[in-house]
Design a protein around this ligand. Structure first.
Ligand SMILES: Cc1cc2nc3c(=O)[nH]c(=O)nc-3n(C[C@H](O)[C@H](O)[C@H](O)COP(=O)(O)OP(=O)(O)OC[C@H]3O[C@@H](n4cnc5c(N)ncnc54)[C@H](O)[C@@H]3O)c2cc1C
Length: 332
């Protein structure tokens, strides 16, 4: 068991903010993870993957666990589908590439989302009309408090929009994820940008869909290696009927979609743009010029500076449209 002390977390979060972790562990097996959990029972704990959806505003006075659990295994298959288990630390996009190259469909629209396989179920990652919940069979975990192994069925994961039981409880370390993917593929249009990129081809191959997703994403989103960011910063707000009506009296063009029993969804990017914050920069923090929802770091080491900017955006949107923006990114 190798535990490091006072580790700089700047390389471990995609916003590149500076903070020290009191303790830092990289367990390579489930058993090693259990041993660490048993030894450091009373320490505050945080599990991280590639750190693409979190940043630090202060030192972390506890134990950071960054699992190093790899491996891709085929569990079972027939003519129609295949079940594959991937270790939590496998890179998500490399796993998508592995599957698409072999003709397994279901995750091609989730190409190029940065992060690990283990973090993907936490917020039920989604893009271009697809969500990971649609292809997950099982999630294997270790309970932080007891060290016991618990496997969740898809239904037990309680997946909803950018949410899951793992995000709600924060009680489990995900050690691997089992996916059921299809061997047959026929393209279903879910997103007009993607179809445009496919130049109207009604029957693209799996590989062509992956390439189209990569092209669209590369055009729209800043590369965190070049311009540190954590992707979309806020969730799209869910509104009640009366909130929706009030918004439409203030902004008649506001995009509003039916979100089923939850109410109505509107666009956080639209609200931020209307509040005058698209492409706006304050000091070393701002929103991306091509995408109002993405907060970018132009050069600060300070998570607090990023937090101040985010709170200003939240305040302005609340004052103007009486809608609270909830972060999708974790702030520590
Ligand atoms: C440029 C960019 C574009 C993005 N685009 C999208 C997108 O299109 N769709 C989308 O859904 N997301 C998107 N994201 C967000 C991000 O890619 C996902 O949230 C991703 O799953 C984060 O993976 P990670 O390994 O970096 O997780 P981290 O940031 O390290 O962790 C995220 C959360 O998961 C927890 N966690 C991580 N690993 C484990 C584990 N093994 N067990 C238990 N808990 C764990 C952490 O405690 C934290 O709460 C984007 C981010 C960036 C930077």
């Amino acid at each position: 068991m190798n535990i490091q002390h006072n580790i700089q977390l700047q390389p471990y979060n995609s916003f590149r903010t500076k903070a020290l972790a009191k303790l830092f562990a990289q367990p390579k097996t489930v058993e090693e993870l259990q041993e660490i959990l048993a030894t450091y029972k009373t320490e505050k704990k945080l599990v991280i993957g590639h750190g693409c959806n979190l940043f630090f505003t202060q030192n972390f006075n506890g134990l950071i666990i960054k699992p190093e659990i790899y491996g891709i295994k085929i569990l079972q298959e027939n003519n129609d589908w295949i079940e594959i288990e991937a270790g939590a630390t496998e890179d998500w996009d490399a796993f998508v590439d592995f599957c698409v190259s072999r003709g397994y469909s279901g995750i091609e629209n989730l190409s190029l989302i940065p992060g690990t396989v283990g973090a993907a179920p936490i917020q039920n990652i989604g893009a271009y009309g697809a969500e990971i919940k649609d292809v997950i069979s099982l999630v294997r975990t270790v309970e932080i408090e007891t060290g016991s192994i618990k496997t969740f069925s898809n239904a037990e994961c309680d997946f909803t929009y950018r949410n899951s039981i793992f995000k709600q409880t924060r009680k489990y370390v995900i050690t691997s994820v089992i996916f059921r993917l299809q061997k047959l593929f026929s393209y279903v249009e879910k997103y007009v940008d993607l179809s445009r990129e496919l130049k109207g081809n009604p029957n693209p191959s799996l590989w062509q869909v992956r390439e189209a997703v990569i092209n669209v994403r590369n055009r729209k989103l800043p590369d965190p290696e070049v311009l540190p960011n954590a992707g979309s910063f806020f969730k799209n707000p869910i509104l009640s009927k009366s909130e929706k009506e009030k918004l439409l009296t203030l902004l008649p063009d506001a995009p509003v979609y039916n979100a089923g029993t939850d109410g109505f969804k509107t666009s956080a990017a639209y609200l931020i743009e209307k509040a005058g914050y698209k492409g706006r920069r304050k000091g070393d923090v701002g929103t991306y010029e091509n995408h109002a929802l993405i907060v970018v770091n132009y050069g600060t080491n300070s998570g607090q500076e990023i937090l101040n900017f985010i709170q200003e955006v939240q305040r302005e949107v609340k004052n103007k449209y009486n809608i609270g923006l909830e972060p999708e990114v974790w702030i520590f």
